[in-house]
Design a protein. Structure first.
Length: 308
């Protein structure tokens, strides 16, 4: 009699961890096989963990649980789901439900969690609650870990909740994210004046690489209270000037005022055809420490509301 084998899939979406038993199927999809007609076929002793080998009785392919059909298709399954979802340009609960119902059950558990994570994120919530001026974009990222593989779902949203761009990426480099944001911005009538992100440090490079004057608002997750850092970025022919306004802990007090630390840093631009240092070399690093030197002397009172 045929026996079904299962593998315990462990996944993580941001801080949420889950697990699910998935049937082990032949990964040989290129030849039309996704057979469950498989047998255990000894252990691979050439690898330290000596994983269990399986062989497909239909096509003869030998594989491991972690290279079975599910893992082969997971990235394209997530991509396909997101593509169908964002095709309409908005995150819509009915569409999510509809799409989850027709995707395969083990994948849909992960997809459901990803959608919940996106909806729960501070940046997305803010996008939902912000009145429309057409001048703000929100960048949200969701960390997806399936067994030992990582992905990041980067989503760019406008104030009117339109999904301007998204991508499932393996690495979150400044170059990769800038490309996603740049393409998203091209869909707007004019570049947004304000970009809101979380505190992932790469965004500091991304907003400068966009190469126009803007305000970057970073929401600091680590802090138990809502904590923002506002960077005003100005491009001059040869340098980029950044004014940092960091909010102190108790920002939203009764009087509707908050304490800030203000500091400025400069970064030389790399001008093509001129002698100089390469991008990302000493110049940019040297200046960074000043962002942390928010000395109490420089603190001043500012109104919050005006910033948004
Ligand atoms: Zn097979």
């Amino acid at each position: 009699m045929k026996r079904l084998y299962y593998h315990n899939l462990v996944f993580k979406v941001n801080n949420y961890e889950g697990s699910y038993n998935i049937p082990i199927l032949c990964p040989n999809t290129s030849r039309g096989c996704k057979s469950d007609n498989i047998k255990k076929d000894g252990h691979d002793t050439s690898v330290k963990s000596s994983p269990q080998k399986y062989t497909c009785k239909d096509c003869g392919t030998t594989f491991y649980a972690h290279t079975s059909a599910f893992y082969r298709d997971i990235e394209s399954n997530i991509n396909e789901f997101m593509l169908n979802l964002f095709e309409k340009g908005k995150i819509d609960n009915n569409t999510v439900k509809e799409l989850l119902e027709c995707s395969n059950s083990s994948v849909s558990i992960i997809l459901k969690r990803i959608m919940e994570a996106v909806n729960e994120s501070f940046e997305v919530k803010m996008a939902w609650d912000t009145p429309v001026h057409g001048e703000i974009i929100f960048i949200d990222e969701t960390w997806i870990k399936i067994n030992s593989k990582d992905w990041y779902l980067v989503v760019v949203i406008s104030e009117d909740r339109t999904i301007l761009g998204w991508k499932l990426v393996k690495r979150r480099t400044a170059k990769v994210i800038t490309k996603i944001v740049h393409e998203a911005i091209l869909r707007l009538p004019q570049p947004p004046a304000i970009i809101i992100t979380d505190d992932f440090s790469t965004y500091k490079r991304v907003v400068k690489m966009l190469n126009y004057n803007l305000i970057h608002v970073r929401h600091i997750h680590k802090n138990p209270r809502i904590h923002m850092v506002v960077d005003i970025i100005e491009h001059e022919p040869k340098k980029i000037i950044t004014t940092h306004i960091a909010t102190a802990n108790d920002i939203f007090t009764n009087e509707n005022t908050f304490l800030t630390g203000v500091s400025t840093s400069e970064e030389k631009k790399h001008v093509k055809g001129k002698r100089g240092r390469k991008k990302g070399s000493k110049n940019s690093k040297k200046i960074k420490p000043s962002t942390k030197k928010l000395s109490p002397k420089k603190k001043e009172k500012t109104r919050t509301k005006e910033l948004f």
